[in-house]
Design a binder for this molecule. Structure first.
Ligand code: ADP
Ligand code: MG
Length: 293
């Protein structure tokens, strides 16, 4: 394609809410055959709400909410924000945290009211020999089978309960995925969340391939593996933990509603945060390059 044609293409993209970093990017867009989609904030709205609190025997609901809420108030994760918001509303305020650390892809840890607390994946708690009871574990599995995300809470050496949050699929995601398939692309759902939740969301939007329970630093390896199988990979994401994978992909697309780190690592920004714009970007490049040949 001529430089002029590519420039016209990027200009048209801007009108559609597709910001393309350089005209040459349209060339790589055209060859894409696989589109890896981050779940939270990309396929789903990422706006979670707390829907249930399940405590271990001997733990008071209010205490669980207060400690988990205080810790999560220091985290930017959508799960954390849902928990902190619900706890603030129910309790009227939250205590200060005495120390705080984010454990990428797993959860948070810190000290609240003198207690060393953890909030996150069940594996984060078991790393510290904190285990959910059989009953709470069962309730957790049931909520997950129902497509919800469940995080565990523990402090002072014991698991204290779980918090159930629910995310909703963006209203435009299923349509976007149907359009991707119509263009001959294979959508793949990639997430750090557990497989039950991932499968449920995938089924809801029509994605057949799911790669779940992937740690943030492993997301990039998934992209590399697909490339080594000969796939030309586009990746759509929004989070800090998606950035290395967005940079590694043959084409990185960031949700405009996402983090600056993801946007910087990407070739294209989808201003509206709507997955249909990813389809528009691929159509635009095919059209731009196809007509000039
Ligand atoms: P995704 O790939 O869906 O955006 P992440 O990689 O950010 O998910 O997180 C993976 C999992 O780690 C979450 O589903 C959750 O179980 C746990 N997790 C991460 N951060 C937090 C947090 N701040 N609070 C509770 N759980 C967390
Ligand atoms: Mg995300």
């Amino acid at each position: 394609a001529t430089p002029t044609a590519l420039l016209v293409g990027t200009g048209r993209g801007a009108q559609l809410g597709i910001l393309i970093k350089g005209p040459e990017i349209l060339e790589s867009t055209r060859k894409v055959d696989t589109i890896v989609l981050d779940k939270t904030g990309t396929v789903t709205s990422g706006k979670m709400t707390l829907v249930d609190v399940i405590v271990e025997q001997g733990t008071v609901r209010e205490e669980l909410l207060r400690i988990a809420g205080a810790l999560e108030d220091a985290s930017e994760h959508p799960i954390a924000q849902a928990i902190a918001k619900a706890a603030t509303q129910e309790l009227g305020g939250l205590p200060e945290v005495e120390s705080f650390a984010n454990i990428e892809g797993k959860g948070v840890q810190g000290i609240v009211e003198g207690r060393a607390a953890l909030v996150g994946r069940e594996s984060l708690l078991s790393d510290w020999s904190q285990h959910l009871s059989v009953e709470v574990g069962r309730a957790k599995a049931a909520a997950e089978a129902d497509g919800k995300t469940v995080v565990a809470v523990g402090w002072d050496g014991a698991a204290r309960g779980v918090l159930v949050v629910a995310d909703t699929v963006k209203p435009t995601s299923a349509e976007a995925i149907a359009q991707m398939k119509a263009l001959g692309l294979t959508p793949v759902l990639l997430t750090g969340d557990n497989s039950a939740v991932a499968q449920r969301i995938a089924a809801e939007v029509g994605i057949d391939e799911v790669i779940a329970e992937v740690l943030p630093q492993e997301k990039v390896a998934v992209v590399t593996r697909l490339q080594s199988e000969g796939k030309v990979v586009a990746m759509v994401g929004d989070g800090v933990n998606d950035a290395p994978a967005l940079a590694q992909a043959d084409l990185g697309l960031a949700m405009g509603t996402g983090t600056d780190v993801a946007i910087e690592a990407s070739d294209i920004t989808l201003v509206r945060g709507d997955l249909r714009s990813a389809v528009d970007a691929i159509r635009l490049s095919r059209r731009t390059l196809g007509t000039i040949k």
